[in-house]
Write a protein that binds this ligand. Structure first.
Ligand code: KIV
Ligand code: ZN
Length: 524
């Protein structure tokens, strides 16, 4: 590997997924992993195997299916964690990486772990040695590394590298660092651990965005000697998130004058697709003005700027939007397009669907084609993602009628089909609310005997035109302290809202959520 290659370690499926309400099911995780593989990230951190059966299966399945990246599984320095990671990563063979972590800062040692420096050192070394029994590729993270005493950090780095770690990641766990100081810390480690100079081991960085400095800190670290950056698509992650992959990659590519000689192997043309997919799969929409991937990132509204762009693009554009995958429009499909044309376009968009999924999608495609003149790639992508985010549908929307207006109490009548083994029963009820969406959701609550609190609601148009499909993403609290995401798309936004809410109800039930006891129906 070239001395100046910067490895991109993507943790969207682990740290990104830790973001409240962002949890994804296996199909969603696989779709994201496939897109990460098209992006050509070097490492995919696929989960924390000991934490749940879902994480274990995700790491195991991604290990089996993705062939062009290292697959990492997270583990504390605890035997059962490391053993679970080793087992989940088995199908990856040589591409498996165990990522062990243990807090090292004074505040964590004293208040969280109650352990002295020498005990921490021993636990770290034992953890790495155990991980080495399963895989050759072992990464160690001293959690809260940026707040750890620099000389203790040097001691830790030397010890874990000696024990077999080939990557030592220095997390800025709480987003406390600032670029100059974090860069100096990385340089200190680089200067004092000989294996970082010879390339026998590399320094990685993992920055959180609590002060909005995650990307700046990561880049400062690269200049100081780090050769792996941990990041997530759209910067999703715990609290204020992690360093955004697209920003790191494009900063390295666009400012080659500053990051002279550094390169990463990312296929930047896949960035926008990855961003849209992760936004939909995680239910975390991207803010319009977000760098690189926001809808406005390359939109110029001022006349002076537009004039400049027309004369020479580089006057106001530092990157070519096409370099990250914007603006590549294909001819839209119409209701006359046949199954083969739809299947070909899906393949072109990078989706790998089973024949039965294509058949189901084709039926939806025809419905949309009847309502809209053109079916754009974005519409098709939304339909595919509907299929990917599908969970066993305990409840399916069969009929929805709303009555609303400025002189009317908004009322919704909803009929749902309940799947019970092979049987399907229909149940109907009505609700009134503060608006038509509220009325429809109340009617759904009454039928399904769930009581969700809508914590977040976002509506966006999937494609262009007045007949564009609306896509609704919701986050719902069903009273068990975790947020459940749901999404739904339709040309009718009330229907899209009902579908999104129902998607969250079905997810809640699919993950063991309970319906409240059947109560006598009261007033709507
Ligand atoms: O932020 C952090 O410290 C982490 C570690 C597990 C690497 O996510
Ligand atoms: Zn983290």
């Amino acid at each position: 590997m070239s001395k100046n290659k910067v490895l991109i370690f993507d943790t969207t499926l682990r740290d990104g997924e830790q973001c409240p309400g962002a949890s994804m099911n296996l199909r969603e995780k696989l779709a994201v992993a496939r897109q990460l593989s098209r992006l050509k990230v070097d490492v995919i951190e696929a989960g924390f195997p000991v934490i749940s059966e879902g994480d274990f299966t995700a790491v195991q399945t991604i290990s089996k299916q993705i062939k062009n990246a290292q697959i990492a599984g997270l583990a504390r320095c605890v035997n059962k964690d490391i053993d679970a990671a080793g087992a989940a990563l088995k199908p990856a063979g040589k591409r498996g990486r165990i990522h062990v972590f243990l807090a090292t800062s004074k505040i964590h040692r004293e208040h969280k772990l109650g352990k002295a420096q020498d005990q921490i050192l021993k636990l770290a070394v034992d953890g790495v040695k155990r991980a080495c029994k399963y895989v050759k590729d072992v990464e160690f993270s001293p959690e809260d590394g940026s707040r750890t005493e620099p000389d203790f950090l040097v001691e830790i780095c030397r010890a874990v590298v000696k024990a077999g770690a080939t990557t030592v990641n220095i997390p800025d766990t709480v987003g406390w660092a600032v670029p100059e100081q974090y860069g100096a810390l990385i340089a200190h480690l680089h200067d004092n651990v000989s294996e970082f100079q010879t390339g026998e081991a590399i320094i990685s960085v993992h920055c959180h965005n609590d002060l909005g400095l995650a990307v700046a800190n990561s880049l400062a670290a690269v200049k100081a000697g780090a050769r792996q950056v941990e990041c997530t698509v759209n910067g999703i992650g715990e609290r204020a998130g992690n360093a955004a992959l697209e920003e790191i990659v494009m900063a390295l590519q666009t400012r080659k004058d500053v990051f002279r000689g550094f390169s990463c192997g990312i296929n930047s043309k896949e960035i926008v697709k990855a961003s849209k997919l992760v936004a939909r799969m995680s239910g975390l929409p991207v803010q319009r003005s977000k760098a690189i991937v926001g809808e406005n990132a390359f939109a110029h509204s001022s006349g002076i700027h537009q004039d400049g762009i027309l004369k020479k693009r580089e006057t106001y554009e530092i990157m070519d939007p096409r370099a990250v995958g914007w603006g590549k429009t294909e001819l839209p499909l119409t209701k006359h397009s046949g199954r083969a044309a739809v299947a070909a376009r899906l393949k072109h968009l990078g989706f790998k669907l089973s024949t039965s999924d294509v058949a189901a999608l084709f039926d939806h495609f025809k419905e949309i084609g009847d309502k809209k003149k053109f079916v754009y790639d974005e519409d098709l992508t939304a339909l595919v993602e509907d299929i990917l985010t599908m969970v066993p549908e305990t409840w399916t929307l069969d009929y929805l009628n709303v009555s609303t207006g400025n002189q009317t109490v908004p009322t919704a009548t909803v009929r749902l089909l309940k799947t019970n083994g092979k049987n399907r029963e229909s149940e109907q009820d009505a609700g009134i609310g503060d608006g038509p969406v509220d009325a429809a959701l109340k009617a759904i609550d009454r039928i399904t005997h769930t009581k969700g609190k809508l914590m977040d609601y976002a509506l966006r148009s999937v494609s262009q035109g007045k007949d564009a499909m609306g896509e609704v993403s919701v986050k719902v609290d069903f009273g068990d302290r975790k947020l459940v995401a749901g999404r739904g798309a339709s040309t009718d936004i009330i229907e899209a809202s009902a579908r999104a809410y129902l998607n969250a109800v079905n997810r809640h039930l699919d993950t063991g959520g309970v319906q409240t006891k059947k109560t006598k129906r009261g007033k709507p």
